[in-house]
Structures are given as structure tokens and as C-alpha cells.
Ligand binder design. Structure first.
Ligand SMILES: Cc1cc2nc3c(=O)[nH]c(=O)nc-3n(C[C@H](O)[C@H](O)[C@H](O)COP(=O)(O)OP(=O)(O)OC[C@H]3O[C@@H](n4cnc5c(N)ncnc54)[C@H](O)[C@@H]3O)c2cc1C
Length: 159
């Protein structure tokens, strides 16, 4: 998280210094699934922050000198039981109030989109492409030059 913060500070002309004990993005940021998933976010500020973050990824794809392999693929959250489906109905309504485009599908509808889904599931919550995305290697470039625009990054001294 620190490298993107330093990057955006540097873009605003603020000199930032990142001290990293390991290699850049050697923590969970470099190992995570790289999903920019909106549906898993609680309605309200949590989801609004994620929606703003997703907009940044669009811009980053144009700004950075390297590809972050960002693609908008949409997202589907499967629902196992009828009880969960009722809970997800309320949750999805609140997410819509926050601005997320999301639809609840019964299992027939979900399997039309994802035929490999088990018939034993109750259904799925689906958010179309452009509303959820996925990207890989978001962090490495921020520190690769050890001297980004207006910022410095210090890791362990190479042996
Ligand atoms: C398996 C997995 C999958 C995930 N999938 C996703 C996903 O798809 N989408 C998503 O949004 N989030 C995902 N997450 C969560 C996400 O990875 C983390 O929330 C995020 O990366 C945390 O960033 P961070 O900068 O706080 O921690 P980290 O990325 O772990 O960075 C901490 C850094 O601090 C350094 N450090 C530690 N101690 C010191 C010290 N004393 N001095 C200097 N440096 C130090 C470490 O070396 C490390 O590089 C996933 C997490 C995991 C574990």
C-alpha cells in the first residue's frame, strides 16, 4: 500500500521516501490475487472507496510506463443457500444505493453465464464488466527505479 501512496504523493509534487526491509512488493501486495472486486465490499464508505480505487486503475493503465495487465472482467459471487440468497438480496439493494450495478441471478440464470456452476447452488450476485476488475503486478513498477518521479525508495542493500 505504501508504494501507491508514495506514487500519488510524488505526482502531487510531494517528495516521499519509502523504507522497505525486503524487496519491493515482497509482502502480500505482490502475492495477492490482484482482484479489484467491488461486490465483496460493504455498502457505504467501504464500497465507495473501492469504486474510486477502481477508477484509479483505469488511469494507471495509461499513466504507467509498464502494463499492469488490468482488465475489466465483471464479477460473480456465488450463493449457496436460500437463506444466504435472502441476505444477499438486502446486501445487493444497499450496494445499489451506493452506486454499484449488481444483479441477483437464480441458479438457472447463473449457470447460463457460468455453465460449470453446480445446480445445488442457490444462485449468484453478478456485476457486469466495467463495474469490477482484475489487475496484476500493481506494485512492482512504483519502486523498480528506486527513484520514481519525485520520490525515493530504499530496500535492502543488494548483496
Ligand atoms: C492470499 C491473499 C490474497 C489477496 N487477494 C487480494 C485481492 O485479490 N484483492 C485485494 O484488494 N486484496 C487482496 N488481498 C489483501 C491485500 O493483499 C492486502 O490488503 C494488501 O496487500 C496489504 O498491503 P500492505 O502494504 O498493508 O502490506 P504488504 O503488502 O504485506 O506490505 C508490507 C511491507 O512492509 C515491509 N515491512 C515489514 N516490516 C518492515 C519494517 N520493519 N521495515 C521496513 N519494511 C517492513 C514488508 O517487507 C512488506 O513488503 C489478499 C491478501 C492475501 C494474503
Amino acid at each position: 500500500m505504501v508504494l501507491p501512496v508514495a506514487y500519488h504523493l510524488a505526482r502531487r509534487g510531494v517528495r516521499a521516501t519509502v523504507l522497505e526491509k525486503g524487496d519491493m512488493a515482497s509482502g502480500s501486495s505482490g502475492a495477492c490475487d490482484g482482484l479489484v472486486l467491488l461486490q465483496s465490499k460493504r455498502p457505504g464508505i467501504h464500497l465507495r472507496l473501492a469504486m474510486e480505487s477502481r477508477k484509479l486503475f483505469n488511469r494507471l493503465s495509461e499513466e504507467l510506463p509498464v502494463s499492469i495487465e488490468y482488465r475489466c472482467s465483471g464479477g460473480m459471487v456465488v450463493i449457496e443457500t436460500a437463506e444466504e440468497f435472502r441476505a444477499m438480496e438486502r446486501y445487493a439493494e444497499e450496494q445499489k444505493e451506493t452506486g454499484l450495478e449488481v444483479a441477483l441471478l437464480d441458479i438457472a440464470g447463473a449457470r447460463r453465464m457460468e455453465p460449470e456452476l453446480s445446480e445445488s447452488l442457490a444462485g449468484a450476485a453478478y456485476s457486469p464488466p466495467g463495474r469490477a476488475g482484475e489487475s496484476h503486478c500493481p506494485d512492482p513498477w512504483f519502486g523498480s527505479g528506486r527513484q520514481g518521479p519525485g520520490g525515493r525508495a530504499y530496500g535492502p542493500t543488494p548483496k
